[in-house]
Design a protein around this ligand. Structure first.
Ligand code: NAD
Length: 271
């Protein structure tokens, strides 16, 4: 735990959806280290969420686990109510929950398509709308932040890189890009900052088959000019900065955190 004077999110309440594992857990821990009171949201893993909460508490931070499926409106409303009962308000929303349900395009069922869109895109809409309502109601609290609230959408390099075999996922992240930009445009006058993080390949349960054997990792590294697969802490550090006043003039943009994956590495030797 950093000392109070240097904590960049001191006293702010942060909700990180889907933070019982992977990137969300990394973001929740990083924000707690910077003084935020964190809600660790989960849908299916109360044990995973409790583990993250315990880790945060053990290092002197404040955290609480709350279950909710972000694709269900009633559950999202209840999630925010429970957060307000515990922390009074929200200052930071990290729209992180997401999943893949991969299939060849011609074999993709409507259920595969719908599930991914419901969680990855509609879930971000429902949570962002709820957070924005509270940010507008409460306004800026200058002791905590220059902004009335911050929304960070967990997108992906696949908001711009097409992905065969993952059409539902790429479509959901492409949707997140214009959801983020459109609400950034609409909410700026309320001093609400909205941005996305576009991770490249980060070692989490969502993609373990892509890095857990040396052969798979070698294949993956061919797509990453910087020469290493990312870790959840790489995203946690950037999320803290994006939520802090250090990035107060950053609005409506996607910050790719990808070791250069969006640089078309296939062209490096073929100019
Ligand atoms: P992960 O599977 O560890 O995390 C996803 C989390 O979302 C899990 O905790 C899961 O329980 C939760 N979740 C799923 N459905 C939910 C629902 N309906 N309601 C609430 N929570 C739900 O994988 P991750 O890699 O940490 O993924 C986190 C985010 O990062 C996702 O949005 C993913 O698309 C994005 N992302 C990951 C990578 C990567 O390489 N790992 C790359 C780009 C983008």
């Amino acid at each position: 735990m950093k000392n109070n004077a240097t904590q960049r999110l001191k006293g702010q309440a942060a909700l990180v959806t889907g933070s019982s594992s992977g990137i969300g857990a990394g973001v929740a821990k990083a924000m707690a280290r910077e003084g935020a009171k964190v809600v660790v949201n989960y849908s299916k893993s109360p044990e995973g969420a409790e583990k993250v909460v315990q880790e945060i508490r053990d290092s002197g931070g404040t955290a609480l686990a709350i279950g909710a499926d972000v694709s269900q409106e009633d559950q999202v409303l209840r999630l925010f109510e429970r957060m307000y009962e515990a922390y009074g308000t929200i200052d930071i929303l990290v729209n992180n929950a997401g999943l893949q349900k991969d299939a060849a395009f011609v074999d993709m069922t409507l259920a595969d398509w719908q599930l991914v869109l419901d969680i990855n895109l509609t879930g971000q809409f429902l949570c962002a709308r709820q957070a924005a309502r509270e940010f507008i109601r409460r306004g800026v609290v200058p002791e905590r932040s220059r902004a009335a609230g911050k929304i960070i959408c967990m997108s992906s390099v696949h908001e711009v890189i097409p992905w065969a075999g993952h059409v539902n996922y790429a479509a959901s992240k492409g949707g997140v890009m214009l959801l983020m930009k459109s609400i950034a445009q609409e909410l700026a006058r309320h001093k609400i900052r909205v941005n996305s993080i576009g991770p490249g390949a980060i070692k989490t349960p969502i993609n373990n088959e892509a890095w857990e054997t040396p052969e798979a990792e070698k294949k993956l590294l061919a797509l990453i000019p910087y020469g290493r697969v990312g870790e959840p802490t790489d995203i946690g550090d950037v999320a803290v900065w994006l939520a802090s006043d250090e990035s107060d003039y950053v609005h409506g943009t996607t910050l790719f955190v990808d070791g250069g994956m969006t640089l078309y590495p296939g062209f490096a030797e073929n100019g």
